[in-house]
Design a protein around this ligand. Sequence first.
Ligand code: CP
Ligand code: NVA
Length: 338
Amino acid sequence: MASQSSSPPADLDASGIPSDLGGLRGADLLSSADLGATQTRSLLLLAHQLKTGQRRIDLGGRMLGLIFSKASTRTRVSFTVAMARLGGQTIDLNPQVSQVGRGEPIADTARVLSRYVDALAIRTFAQAELEEYAHWASIPVINALTDQEHPCQALADYLTLAEVFAPTSSGQLDLERLRGLTLSYVGDGNNVAHSLMLTGALLGVNVRIGCPPGFAPDPAVLEQACLLASSSGATVSVLHEPVAAVRGAHALYTDVWASMGQEDEQENRDAAFAGWCLDEQLMAEADPRAIALHCLPAYRGKEISAGVMEGSANRIFEQAENRLHAQQALLAALLGGV
Ligand code: CP
Ligand code: NVA
């Protein structure tokens, strides 16, 4: 997997700096498809450089507001630590402790907060609510998970894939090596699946979604991902049989069967997803080098077996760590640090 080549990977300029990130200054990240293919690759390269200590960026006292209407461990903490590492801070602006919870309009909240903080990371239910914040805010708005997408997660996920399948002897990543790999996601066609499809399509990774009938991804997102994939030479497909979905794949990925906000459907979903656990039998159908991924939190014995969670293919905790590095790169780009 490691390269013997000494030529610089694509997307690095002569001094080894990821290119095409300047255009992200002041931008929003509401969907994985808001990033172009080169921007996505450059963010992954910058994340890797930050992680390995090849780059340090100090944004100088910038402030990120966190508006989280749903629970979070990884996203909240990794954004907080990422800002601290960039020399900035975060402030919790949860609806329960702000006037948003008492009905203050988003239009007013977004305009006020834009005068205090430099960016907002928002975790909520409807994508339309996130879009309303972005419409009224004059600062970057970042999707920290909606019912529709989880773009920050997908950046960390493909960074993890690249660290395994695309390292070079010079300590960089050669993201061209991701082309032609297959990532198979087994489970609900949800927010995480949507962002995996879009970012995978941008990077030239084939993405297969394996799910029971009735739990397929949003057809509009599938169409968008297929369109992006047609430019990168990849494919995005949906299959309703687990073994066919994972056969020969290089990464097997799963997520909870009932997402936040679907707690009432838990029992029905547990029944519908019977036979869809990412277990040792499914891993055995994949490429021998295949890695196991999960965005976490995980429920052992449901969407993933304890054996896969703790087995040799597991890269799940590296993946969780990569949330920090990917978001540090993203914040640096949106806040003009690169
Ligand atoms: N994967 C993820 O977003 O985790 P949290 O819900 O803990 O933030
Ligand atoms: N699909 C899950 C992801 C959690 C990080 C949810 O939305 O709850």
